[in-house]
Unconditional design. Sequence first.
Length: 600
Amino acid sequence: MAHLLIYFRKLHAFAGLKLYINLIGMVVISMLEGFGIFLLAPMLSIIGLFDSGTGGIPFSSALAGLLQGLSDSLKLTVILTSFILLLIIQGLLQRRQSNLNETIEQGFIRHLRIGVYESLLQSDWTFFLRKRKSDFIHLMTNELARASYGIYQALRMLTTILFTLVQIGFALYLSAPLTACVLVCGLALAVFSRTFIHKSRTIGNETSALSQSYYAGVTDHFNGMKDIKSNRMERQHLIWFRTLCYRMEHNLIQFTRLQMTSQYYYKVTSAVLIALFVFLSFAVFQVQAQRLVFIVIIFSRLWPKFTSLQSSWEQMAQSMSAFGSLINLQQEVDSARELELHDLMNNDNSERMEQSIECRSVNYRYDLNDSAYALKHINLHIPANSMTAIVGKSGAGKSTLIDLLIGLVRPEKGSVLLDGNPLIGDNAISLRNTVGYVSQDPFLFHASIRENLSIAAPDATEEKMWEALRFSASDEFVRLLPQGLDTVLGDRGLRLSGGERQRIVLARAILRKPSILILDEATSALDSENEANIQEALGQLKGKMTIIVIAHRLSTIRHADQVIVLDNGRIVQQGAYQLLSMERGGMFSRLLNYQAQHGT
Ligand SMILES: Nc1ncnc2c1ncn2[C@@H]1O[C@H](COP(=O)(O)OP(=O)(O)OP(=O)(O)O)[C@@H](O)[C@H]1O
């Protein structure tokens, strides 16, 4: 319930006055409905169903007084016209209120959706390292939809409660003891329904867990489809998928069964209560027949509302776990926030590296509970406009070192300094505005080449784009594409080879005119000729920007000013290429020898 209150507070903050106008509208609509019922009294009296006028029915008696002296047919015309007028006003208000309800609800859902996405973008990289990609997709789609539905049910419940209260007010006016009696029964029903609410919440938790597994599994399977097909792993995946689908089916059927059972008990209890209520009216409270007719009309309209209240409550309880997941996510992103909203929209602040970037006694662990360090005792100095190569075996810590150098992750111990200042907070964000980064697994958006390039540099002219493509040795193949720069890449567009993708991403990085260009195995998928072209282009950039290259193929780093050799998270050698290659017994010369012998 605490989770729901948090969301109600958010709703209150979001909708403000509109929420109250909506609620007042609901009260007015219920009152009009009440008046409509009371108009029935003089009508029934004229028709002859009530033989003693309006029998002291409130409002109706006053109306009967007003109509005194008119002929019966004129009275009936006035009453029926008033009835139609009331219904027209009520209908208009109802329409307005439903539209307002929808506007509030959809606006709030949009507000939540954007809020979650903004919070995610404001979080630091370590937060993403801890989470599965599918969990975000699950939260942004399934859980948000369930929470939205929960909000819809909550608003519905609120309006139903108001309607019920107004109608109960009318009933109290007609017979206080009888209404009190019905209310006590209603309360007893509410206590009885707590078991159903509790069960709904348990089923809801299971729904969340199951759909989270579903999203995670499906994302994994489709990401790894090539491996699945190549290694004939379809059977295991199908068994897993079938089992999960059966469990999801069972979970939802369980919830419907629970709802149907509670509705059944509600219906049976209503019948018993109505019988008891008529009996008590005659035998105990001796309520006037005319009043009893009206109380019966009011409560016969109210019982379905009670049932709908119960159903909304169960639905809300079932969605509670989705609220819980979203609140947990919000707490996690709050503690992992590195960007303010303002920084998200304004990328202008850029801190170009003027002198150097340094690591002083840096240690880093991905998991603080694990004794294994990804990097240990790292001391290094990268001067501005130099070319630095980082080499080492797989898992040595090369990519982690890059993440530290651009402030994506922060050292557990020691410090990273940019021009002598700690690379933290705004400093790190401003530095990243001037970084061009090509990762091991370069990513292109499902959009045209032009759009993929202009994401990095929105103001770049077509000429600059071709220049960048020439730099990355991709101009020739792009020119041959059917729509040139406007060729759409990705899922339903052109699929590029690994090497072609690397080259476009390299063009994108260079188009930013970065002060630091980072290439993490960025040319590993290229043929020798294209790689040589890029090496030549990089050579021309030397002295104009800081270049940091991670390379397994050591022939590609011959022009580096310094080489850093990592082994098992530690720097084991550091210095000029020639110098290191001559250090006999050193890891670098061993790697060189190995590659020379195996021709890699
Ligand atoms: N997200 C992560 N969570 C936990 N441990 C990680 C994570 N990423 C990397 N590691 C661990 O940190 C160590 C260094 O990894 P890193 O990716 O920096 O190595 P690398 O030298 O770049 O390897 P490669 O050449 O294979 O890309 C490895 O032991 C790896 O298992």
